[in-house]
Design a protein around this ligand. Sequence first.
Ligand code: CTP
Ligand code: ZN
Length: 151
Amino acid sequence: MKDKRLSVSAIKNGTVIDHIPAEVLFKVVSILKLDSIDNMITIGNSLESEKLGKKGIIKLSEVFFHDNEINKIAMVAPCAKLNIIRNYEVADKKVVQIPDEIVGIVKCVNPKCITNNEKVTTRFKVVSKAEVKLKCHYCEKITDRDNIQIT
Ligand code: CTP
Ligand code: ZN
């Protein structure tokens, strides 16, 4: 029988990011820079999920993202689902989409790249959305899903 109890309490208003693969949960936390917000945040990880095996979930009270901010998480969690909560109800559901360009956040794989040696913000063109391949604007090297490091 399906256990209906919530492992992480419901929220009144805000954003629930659900279906995050457990192994990228903390990358999502870094991408969204959740360490620098004061709102109430609840995080659950390695929860049982029929679809993912183990999933992570992040609940942010009174936080509503712009699409361009939240879409950055699609680099590491393309299957994440967003739920917008208003007065305890799911008011909207959204999926995330990888943007065409990523500015900042990701470190270039090339140790000789100017962005790794001088105070230059990284900038990548997304050359494959399906496989997640980011081409550096400065050195043209490809950073891919497996070696994405968050700055
Ligand atoms: N949720 C919440 N607070 C609420 C309402 C919902 O934290 N007041 C969370 C639920 O715990 C769930 C997510 O928002 O993780 C989506 O809720 P709901 O659509 O009711 O759940 P499911 O039908 O399981 O969603 P889906 O299968 O689309 O992921
Ligand atoms: Zn580079």
